[in-house]
Design a protein around this ligand. Sequence first.
Ligand code: HXC
Length: 262
Amino acid sequence: MDYQHLLTEVRGSAALKTGWITLNRPKALNALNDALMDELGDALRVYDADASIGCVVITGSEKAFAAGADIGGMASQTYMDAYKGDFITRNWEAVRSVRKPVIAAVAGYALGGGCELAMMCDLIIAADTARFGQPEIKLGIIPGAGGTQRLPRAVGKAKAMDLVLTARMMDAAEAERAGLVSRVVPADRLLAEAQEAADAIGAMGLPAILVAKECVNRAYESPLSDGVWFERRMFQSLFGTEDQKEGMDAFANKRKPVFRHR
Ligand code: HXC
């Protein structure tokens, strides 16, 4: 795929490969403008539709995953521009509509919209150089792509209020303690660690992976009793897949399963 602000590459050693997306506006610390977000939405849709891909990784540079939405592009906007044109947020929920797992591999700054983009992903693997924050308040605005909603769900109200109101940044260790990130690794291990996680996912049966992701996300959208009911129905549905027969037969016969994703 040929993009102006992204690099894309298919990699991985598992049966299902990984679609890599590298945010690439280095001079602006990967500030997220409309053009980049449109390209990101497009790349995600292409990978989601590709039957040879089991997982997507979004990453940035060593210095920045993304330092936020592009401030230059926002500075002169009026309320009517924002409301009628749906500027900035237009393509931001694209990550949420991807059915395959999406991993954010974060080094350096993940600020404002950059932190929000990482939180839209299914899991965040952080380099020890990562710094997370929602500093929009310093610009006279607030997070606008889910930050005030996803951050408290991830780290609790106390820490979310602290970050959103004071604009302070959290380092990788604090982010891991708070539950925002799944793993922290030395910076030079980040991409390998993300690929290993993606390979672990790509070795599983895709139907179960899609169902597992849907069920975990349901935990954020519904009361416990509805979520448990949804999980039970989805669990039962997997007994209609070839992969369930294969997985259990492989276990019984002490061999590695060969999933056909059906
Ligand atoms: C546009 C940005 C940018 C941004 C950095 N740059 N962040 N450009 N939008 N969000 C540009 C700088 O202008 C500069 O360009 C170059 O990147 C390098 O940045 P420096 O500031 O020189 O680097 P450094 O001193 O290392 O400081 C790094 C930093 C700082 C702490 C990350 O850049 C910073 O505070 N950035 C803004 C962070 C922020 O407020 N994010 C929230 C944005 S609002 P030049 O041309 O001067 O070299 C937001 C709302 C989301 O995200 C709403 C939902 C859609």
